[in-house]
Ligand binder design. Structure first.
Ligand code: GLA
Length: 389
């Protein structure tokens, strides 16, 4: 693929000068959903799917962007003096947002760039194609402009800043962190309150991690995401009247039950309950994985789904169909919705001998019920972002 990208680059921008290439992965979250903006824990891993870039420096202030995934936009030309969001320029707002966030931190970009992009994360699937594009841009800027002081964790934070304040989605840190900090064959156990993290090996000799893409994306996504976040912030303020905490992630289940009466609305109580219980589930799940208790890990994934469906209400009919089918399939250790919700993907752990049945039978049953086909990917856990050549 890289060859095709470089060929395309030369075709569009000419062949002279030094060409550098980079990659940043997408992610799948194993457990710990909607906890990252509540000061809780998450447990994502980087995929081998992601976004590639070929880049060359220019000696003026012009920026040229091209994506093989958005070929119809052609080459989008702008300048370092025009780093403002522009609806029509669609996908280029992600790299531009990261440039804006670097400059905001005093890291001035001294010259323009020619950039060509290709990504193999299915669009709109909830596997963080936008976070991967942000982290990719961060890695490019660090390398090309020699910002050696910028750590990979800082690149994740810059990506989140760009997403929050340039692109208007109030996301947490999980996606960018997984893309920047991922490690082959490991998941990242991240405490979003402190940004302390630990790599946990994901060794599953008898099973595979399978992502199932429902291929639906409900239009609610961004607004409902921001609503959930606001509901949790209000619930936190109400709880702070009776208990000394800075985030929902600081509460145990027992403490939540003791104090939940301070939350004055039944819906907000459910949202906060999910945030608290999901955080504790995540901590427990990582313990189970370390103890090789994959059965318990699977049960906690299932419980996560029920909580996301009933208390957090971020699932949807198509995703529930996929999860129900998975739960009924022999050899499935656990299955849940993954990512922001309202469509996107499920993540399942499936015994090796059941993988074919899983893909074929669930594939057929989903098609019959929903009228379009799901897509299945057996996960390979890859490394975080970096320069390729
Ligand atoms: C999206 C956001 C993340 C996280 C998840 C839900 O992917 O970008 O920050 O909140 O949803 O866990």
């Amino acid at each position: 693929m890289l060859d095709k990208l470089m060929q395309k680059f030369k075709e569009l921008y000419g062949a002279d000068g030094e060409l550098r290439t980079y990659f940043a992965p997408g992610r799948v979250n194993l457990i710990g959903e909607h906890t990252d903006y509540n000061g809780g824990h998450v447990f994502p891993c980087a995929l081998t799917l992601g976004t590639y870039a070929a880049v060359r420096s220019r000696n003026d202030r012009v920026l040229r962007f091209y994506s093989m995934n958005f070929d119809s936009f052609g080459v989008v030309e702008t300048s370092l003096d025009d780093l403002v969001p522009n609806k029509e320029a669609s996908w280029t707002n992600y790299p531009k947002g990261v440039m804006w966030a670097f400059e905001k931190r005093g890291m001035k970009l001294s010259h323009g760039l020619d950039i060509a992009i290709y990504g193999d994360i299915p669009n709109g699937s909830g596997l963080s194609s936008s976070a991967s594009l942000e982290v990719l841009t961060g890695v490019i800027l660090k390398d090309i402009f020699g910002f050696e002081q910028v750590s990979m964790a800082e690149i994740a934070l810059i990506g989140q800043d760009a997403e929050n304040n340039y692109n208007g989605c109030n996301c947490g840190i999980m996606d960018q962190f997984a893309s920047a900090m991922g490690k082959k064959d490991h998941a990242v156990f991240l405490d979003t309150n402190t940004l302390n993290y630990e790599y946990a090996p994901v060794k599953l000799p008898d099973a595979k991690i399978i992502i199932t893409n429902s291929r639906v994306k409900h239009s609610l996504v961004d607004s409902a995401y921001n609503d959930r976040r606001n509901e949790c912030e209000t619930a936190l303020r109400e709880l702070q009247e009776v208990v000394n905490i800075h985030s929902l992630g600081e509460l145990s289940e027992e403490e939540y039950e003791e104090h939940k009466g301070a939350i004055k609305d039944a819906v907000r109580q459910k949202r906060a309950k999910h945030a608290v219980y999901e955080n504790q589930r995540t901590i427990r799940a990582v313990g189970a994985l370390k103890a090789n208790d994959i059965t318990l890990f699977g049960q906690l994934m299932n419980a996560s789904h029920i909580s996301l469906k009933d208390d957090y209400e971020v699932s949807c009919e198509e995703i529930d169909i996929l999860v129900d089918l998975a739960w009924k399939t022999e050899g499935v250790i656990g299955s849940r919705i993954t990512g922001g919700g309202f469509g996107g993907c499920t993540v399942s752990i499936v015994k090796n001998e059941a993988v074919d049945t899983f893909v074929n039978e669930i594939g057929e049953a989903y098609f019959e019920k929903v009228g379009h086909r799901a897509e299945f990917y057996v996960v390979d856990i890859g490394d975080g972002a970096g320069r390729l050549s």
